[in-house]
Design a protein around this ligand. Sequence first.
Ligand SMILES: Nc1nc2c(c(=O)[nH]1)N[C@H]1C(S)=C(S)[C@@H](COP(=O)(O)OP(=O)(O)OC[C@H]3O[C@@H](n4cnc5c(N)ncnc54)[C@H](O)[C@@H]3O)O[C@H]1N2
Ligand code: MOO
Length: 420
Amino acid sequence: MNLHRTPIPVSKAVEDVLNTKVDKRVEKVKLEQSFHRVLAEDVVATHPVPPFDKSPYDGFAFRSEDTRNLTREEPGQFRVIETVPAGHRASRAVNKGEAIRIMTGAEIPGGADCVAMFEICQPYQRDMEEWVTLKRPLSPQQNIIPTGSETKEQEILVKKGEVINPGIQALLATFGYGEVQVYVKPKIGVFATGTELLDVDEPLQPGKIRNSNAYMVMSQIERAGGTGIYFGKLEDNFDLCYQAVEEALDQVDCLITTGGVSVGDYDLMPDIYDKLEAEVLFNKVAMRPGSVTTVARKDEKLLFGLSGNPSACYVGFELFTYPIIQSFLGRSRPFHKRVQATLGKDFKKPNPFTRFVRGFISYHEGNVYVHPSGIDKSAVVSSLAETNVLIQLRGGTRGYQQGDVVEAICLEEMDGQSHF
Ligand SMILES: Nc1nc2c(c(=O)[nH]1)N[C@H]1C(S)=C(S)[C@@H](COP(=O)(O)OP(=O)(O)OC[C@H]3O[C@@H](n4cnc5c(N)ncnc54)[C@H](O)[C@@H]3O)O[C@H]1N2
Ligand code: MOO
């Protein structure tokens, strides 16, 4: 075992990972199953919106020229010839002295060029016929939403590469995309390694701990938009591990292992990469936690050797695995959003290397704050529960103080604890 490893900067490590060719595949899914998937086609307006001149109000449609001189003192009396609910078309055009009762969303009848809301009209019955009084003039096009005023036909409304949100779903539905082309979620295999690991339903035993990384990483994969395939936990046995990793690699786009990447006697991953003849991109990153994070590549498939320590494993995933999942998903910018924020409490530790402190975000009086959560140790799992940002502290700095401006990586979009 070569104990000497050369650390590389985080930015170089990310670059190395992203230099891998990714096989972006597309598939069609039903619109109702497309939420949170990534568009692999532009959303194009297949017709103008609205597709017809329509009424924004419940009211009466008139010819504006008939209303030109109306006043409170000299109102106009109009014969109501028909009622048009939304979804229906008037059977007749409005002629001089006539009006049509119209509902919100209904097509403007021929002849009419303006609408007055019910609130300013006085309908009445005369000789078994419906009439309406109007006491003010209306201008041409008043209260009409013209055809194509929102969107022109053939307009590109959303570019491929965007994550489908509720608004995009509404657009897709508007334009008749019953099925939508999205990028296939990459399959990310997961192994947890370590003889000390127990399954979640096993009672605690001396020297053993329950396997928490597998659940954590599977959720991180899902949150990132990938499909996690859990292959189980592996004991620290070289032949067993090698065989399992080699077989799993065939079934996935990338493979994550947790644990066994450091320099301990039972840290088997370096020898497994060796035997696989995988190219090790890096095995030491100038950062805390997760300095042992190792990434190797075998036939354009990436093997992420994440640390066994839960916090280090978590950070390693978000920095290195997350962006490659985004690349598979056709995202143009494969990184998490970053915000500038004010540190909500002191962080006293010195930072010889870039540090990613698990924390959470809050907002108060227009300011964004980030707060380190729980114990800042790579072996800790408890600080992860409330984590939704990674606070990035520069290497070569001493402690940071409450009030310092820092950069934070947002792990959950728009999530936060409101302190109003
Ligand atoms: N001599 C040195 N020792 C260590 C170094 C070093 O540079 N020289 N680096 C330390 C750092 S930093 C880290 S981080 C750890 C990384 O170790 P490994 O990634 O090889 O992980 P393991 O040794 O297998 O496990 C570490 C720790 O995590 C627990 N673990 C493992 N898997 C799970 C799981 N699925 N769920 C929950 N917890 C897990 C494991 O029991 C260990 O306690 O190495 C340092 N040592
Ligand atoms: O890789 Mo370790 O997480 O720096 O403690």
